[in-house]
Design a protein around this ligand. Structure first.
Ligand code: AFP
Length: 369
């Protein structure tokens, strides 16, 4: 009998045990984060069950409302949002919530407040629900010092200030991928136990990938660097093989594949949508955080412009002899972006380190030209 394999099957690392282990490394910790996470996990389990039952329970269909982006809301979006908001508020560990489905941020009433701000998309990719494609929940967590004085500005922070980020994918299996700032780990829901079990420890994205993932239907409106990059994926001029195209149109599923197999996911700016489509706080930041933690990188393509005001983090250095700010850091990361509005959008290029490096070089070349 293979006792080592047997031990693996009987000594289960659940997500709760994993987070408690992490917590024990910080003796001053009071367990607030573990409690918050257990409420997020509960929300994910609930949504997973609802997604699985959707066809049967006739949950699919319009709820008769549109969300703040003017998109049609489905019943499952409404339900998922309610579940997460209630789970997060009842944890007693949150003070500000920003949801893709709610126009305004929710400021938690003082008696239920804790020190964490959670930004989330309760059901991303919901236009795919009707055909059973993988969809997911995305979340990012900030921590503030004084929960009593919580203000909206507390969530308008760069993504690098997040203390944790993750997503849960409702697909052929239900997988929760989490980073608390020291690597990325993946947990799969064992339906018979009702527990997320560590199945993908210490995920590292391949340094270079063989896949690119983009909505090519927007190609006629792309800017030069995006068009050049995609052309190079298809017709490489350095002797390397052409990349494969994979695009689901559900960010969690596309990013999950990118994280595990390598390659690059892009939702660039185009002439019709100069800021791209994806939202900074609850799509771009959490996914960028995970990518960086897994050894990849993330770039917005236009960070230099956003940051050229000289406030906060930027890529310009004053040359005193010229009296001019010179571009010195053309590769500022997506996580440096400082959002001004809670539902702000940004272009995004994320994935394997070398692939994103190529995109950055194309933007830097255009900047120079
Ligand atoms: P929906 O939630 O409306 O399905 O949008 C999904 C999404 O926000 C993100 O998950 C995808 O990556 C992206 O939009 C797909 O957008 P396109 O349909 O324009 O390619």
């Amino acid at each position: 009998m293979d006792h080592a394999a047997d031990a693996m099957h009987t000594d289960l690392m659940t997500i709760t045990r994993f987070v408690l282990n992490e917590q024990s490394k910080y003796p001053e910790s009071r367990g607030d984060f573990s409690i918050l996470l257990s409420h997020i996990v509960l929300g994910c389990k609930f949504v997973c069950a609802a997604v699985n039952k959707a066809g049967l329970a006739k949950l699919i269909g319009l709820a008769g409302e549109t969300n703040v982006q003017g998109e049609e809301q489905k019943k499952l979006d409404v339900l998922s949002n309610e579940v997460f908001v209630k789970a997060l508020v009842s944890s007693g560990r949150t003070c500000i919530l920003v949801s893709e489905e709610d126009e305004e941020a929710i400021i938690v009433e003082p008696s239920k407040r804790g020190k964490y701000c959670v930004v989330f998309d309760p059901l991303d990719g919901s236009s795919n629900i009707d055909c059973g494609v993988s969809i997911g929940t995305i979340f990012g967590i900030y921590m503030i010092k004084d929960a009593g004085a919580a203000r909206l500005e507390d969530v308008l922070q760069p993504g690098k200030n997040m203390v944790a980020a993750g997503y849960c994918m409702y697909g052929s299996s239900c997988t929760l991928v989490l980073s608390t700032g020291s690597g990325v780990n993946g947990f799969t829901l064992d339906p018979s136990l009702g527990e997320f079990i560590l199945t993908h420890p210490d995920i590292k994205i391949p340094k270079k990938g063989k896949i690119y993932s983009v909505n090519e239907g927007n190609a006629k409106n792309w800017d030069g660097p995006t068009a050049k990059f995609v052309e190079k994926c298809k017709f490489p001029n350095d002797g390397s093989p052409a990349k494969s195209l994979r695009y689901i149109g559900s960010m969690v599923a596309d990013v999950h594949r990118t994280l595990l197999y390598g390659g690059v996911f892009l939702y660039p700016a185009d002439k019709k949508s100069p800021n791209g489509k994806l939202r900074v706080l609850y799509e771009v930041f959490p996914m960028s955080f995970l990518m960086e933690q897994a050894g990849g990188q993330s770039f917005t393509g236009k960070e230099r412009l956003v940051l050229s005001t000289g406030s906060g983090v930027n890529g310009f250095t004053l040359d005193p002899s010229l009296g001019e700010f010179i571009l010195t850091h053309p590769d500022i990361k997506a996580l440096d972006l400082v959002p001004k509005k809670i539902h702000e959008r940004s272009p995004i290029f994320l994935g394997s380190y070398d692939d994103v490096e190529e995109i950055k070089a194309l933007y830097a070349a255009e900047e120079k030209a």
